[in-house]
Design a protein around this ligand. Structure first.
Ligand SMILES: [Zn+2]
Length: 473
């Protein structure tokens, strides 16, 4: 080929490329990877995939060549040998308890709560504790792929502030409980505080404010009914622990002659947008009630195993089409981490071992629970939980270039049984990149880890078993 002709061809190619580019629709970001796992209704998996992202939302997902031909982007990200999936959704936790991580393990729930957690909280939890505990938790969550989390704790306005600062999405509710809490002396005061919180965050792009009565066994009927009324008045979710332990069920049955679910339902507490955590001891009649009320379930396999609470009837829930998501629960003796990659693995294996059926909960179903199922349980599935045009750009990239990631025969198998939280490389929430190559861009990791250690020193000294035992009535 003559050099001049070759030059001409190159010029022509450049002009064609420029023309293609100028005709492509402008988007903010094109993000590419070896696989895009969409979790759309068809469970589309795109090999050599790409996403076009504009502002806070996904414009389109498709093969790289298709997306490149249709769009021009201000920014290009290439995750390379990786899977892009919807961000993981943690449907139940108490984030700031991260500062109590491992403080009292290997105990029964009631003993753990009464002898260790409630006294430790009464002694240590203030606004600064919640600030640093939440920072530690959201750092850990983001670095292991969680983009949305659901929280019930204290000083929830500070939790919201820190969640927004970190750039995560949160469904957040101040714990309403029938005893003096670190920030409110009475449940009435907590309800008033919750109403102010609902007003402040009612239209926030990242925060869904919620009403969060702790449980049926820690609140009066009047408080529970008032919580429901408030949640419905503001069209926001009610978060509650439900049938977590056999004791909770036995107590309700002896005092009320009803299961906790039936008792809450007879009070009207389930009439509306509700997310119930655990549901270990739900019977068939309870499940029918939850199905009829559209209640979402937060299944917490690590917590249920560690506190020996039991095995939630997840297979039955899914057969009834009750929306089920996964939750880590708090990390102070009931997990002890905020790692959703671990929850999905355990969720699948727990159903297999408890039913004797290896097909009881498949990898694909477990991954759905961590993404679109969680979104449905929170009733946020119009916004998040899958990669579809118009949904919020809550996305993660998980590396496939590690020994535990090869060879790859099936993406769902790899995601649930082989990949780890530490394989998550990049995280985007609401169109904004908050983790890049395993570095949290919005938080100061060394400072947070150092402060957590300082808290450990001040908390650990007085919190010996002996001291606490002597304080317990
Ligand atoms: Zn909990």
């Amino acid at each position: 080929m003559l050099p001049t002709f070759r030059k001409l061809l190159l010029v022509a190619a450049a002009i064609m490329l420029a023309a293609c580019g100028s005709h492509g629709t402008a988007v903010d970001t094109i993000w590419t990877a070896r696989y895009v796992v969409t979790m759309d209704p068809q469970r589309t998996v795109i090999e050599d995939g790409a996403l076009a992202i504009s502002g806070d939302h996904i414009v389109e997902a498709g093969p790289r060549a298709t997306i490149d031909a249709k769009y021009t982007a201000a920014q290009r990200l290439d995750a390379g040998d990786a899977i892009i999936t919807p961000g993981l959704i943690n449907t139940h936790t108490h984030a700031a308890m991260s500062l109590f991580r491992g403080i009292a393990d290997d105990l029964k729930l009631q003993e753990w709560l009464d002898k260790y957690i409630f006294p430790a909280e009464a002694k240590n939890v203030d606004r600064e504790f919640v600030r640093w505990g939440t920072r530690l938790a959201v750092l850990e969550m983001a670095l292991s792929g969680t983009t949305t989390y659901t929280d019930m704790y204290y000083f929830e306005d500070t939790v919201a502030e820190e969640t927004k600062r970190a750039g995560l999405r949160g469904v957040l509710g101040e714990t309403i409980i029938g005893m003096p809490s670190p920030d409110y002396k009475t449940p009435q005061a907590a309800l008033a505080g919750t109403e102010a919180f609902l007003r402040t965050y009612g239209n926030d792009p990242l925060i869904v404010p919620a009403v969060a009565p702790h449980s049926i066994y820690t609140n009066s009927d009047e408080t529970l009914v008032a919580c429901r009324r408030l949640a419905n008045q503001y069209q926001k979710p009610l978060l509650i622990h439900l049938s977590e332990t056999k004791k909770e069920n036995d107590d309700a049955l002896s005092a009320r002659k009803k299961t906790p679910t039936a008792a809450l339902d007879s009070l009207g507490v389930l009439n509306g947008w509700t997310v119930a955590a655990h549901g270990v001891w739900l019977d068939d009649a309870d499940l029918a009630i939850l199905k009829a009320r559209g209640t979402g379930l937060a299944h917490c396999p690590s917590s249920n195993m560690m506190l020996a609470s039991g095995v939630a009837p997840v297979v039955k829930m899914l057969m009834l089409d009750i929306p089920v998501g996964l939750g880590t629960d708090g990390v102070a003796g009931s997990n002890n981490d905020h790692n959703m990659m671990e929850e999905m693995d355990l969720a699948a294996k727990l159903q297999k071992v408890s039913t004797g059926d290896p097909q009881a909960l498949t990898a694909k179903e477990a991954f759905a629970m961590a993404t679109i199922g969680g979104a449905k349980a929170l009733r946020l599935d119009k916004l998040i939980g899958s990669i579809e045009p118009g949904k919020r750009a809550d996305l993660i990239a998980i590396r496939l270039d590690q020994p535990n990631a090869v060879p790859l025969y099936n993406v769902y198998s790899q995601l649930v049984y082989a990949l780890k939280g530490a394989d998550v490389s990049d995280v985007m929430v609401n169109g904004k990149l908050i983790v890049r190559e395993r570095k949290m861009l919005t938080l100061n990791q060394p400072e947070i880890l150092a402060r957590a250690e300082e808290y450990r020193k001040s908390i650990a000294a007085p919190l010996t078993r002996k001291t606490l035992a002597s304080k317990t009535p």
